[in-house]
Design a protein around this ligand. Structure first.
Ligand code: FMN
Length: 205
């Protein structure tokens, strides 16, 4: 009997060790099939001064909280300048060059996600180029992709169509645009905008 109990305890220990290890390496299927991937920048930004958490990041966290989703930050290996003007200049050059900057990390087990929220700031009426790198790094066939952006007046600037054109095998739903100043300075209004949008998409849990 003692031996039997010892075997059971050993098996349980082994199982929990395996679960811990695979959570670290990302090999198990994620508990949620929804991913919120976003690009967002800290530092000096339009109308909000120097910020510690990017405007789009704030919206990404609201969505992830409501959907019980995982978040993934899309980031360039070389960070963008802290100063606003320097950043706008660099981003413009990168856009004109149609660059695909290298990213800091990749999503574990991307195929396990059915729904991907994709967030970015409006940069020069477009998505930041690291978002292009991200979109070209994975197979989105069969997935539902839901864009959202923060901006300083330009809204989504047709980026939903750009995404739909790039991901022909995916279904791209109507996006959300939130002013960066609202995201940064008026949490309640930002949360309300997200809630109403998710309700319209009939997605909120
Ligand atoms: C490089 C750059 C280009 C931008 N271009 C635009 C633009 O064309 N239209 C617009 O409405 N806002 C523009 N903005 C403002 C950002 O979209 C806005 O501040 C956004 O909320 C920043 O999000 P983040 O804090 O997540 O990076 C630009 C900002 C930067 C840094």
């Amino acid at each position: 009997m003692k031996e039997f109990i010892a075997i059971i305890i050993f098996a349980v220990m082994l199982l929990s060790l395996t679960v811990c290890a695979s959570a670290v390496t990302g090999e198990t299927a994620p508990a949620s099939n929804v991913l919120v991937a976003f690009f967002s920048r800290t530092g000096e930004n339009y109308g909000v001064g120097v910020i510690k958490k990017g405007n789009t990041h704030i919206i990404a966290d609201i969505i992830a909280g409501k959907m019980g989703a995982y978040t993934f930050e899309i980031a360039r290996v070389t960070p963008y300048p802290e100063a606003y003007r320097e950043c706008t200049d660099e981003a413009k050059n990168e856009k004109n060059a149609n660059a695909r900057p290298e990213l800091t990390a990749a999503v574990d087990n991307f195929s396990a996600y059915d729904v991907v929220f994709l967030g970015y700031p409006n940069w020069w009426g477009d998505m930041p180029m690291p978002v292009y790198t991200f979109l070209e790094s994975y197979d989105f066939s069969g997935k539902t992709v839901i864009p959202f952006c923060t901006h300083a007046g330009s809204g989504l600037s047709g980026t939903e169509s750009t995404i739909a054109g790039m991901l022909s095998g995916a279904t791209v739903l109507d996006g959300l645009a939130v002013a960066g100043t609202t995201a940064q300075n008026d949490y309640d209004a930002a949360e309300k905008a997200v809630t109403e949008w998710l309700e319209k998409l009939a997605l909120e849990k």
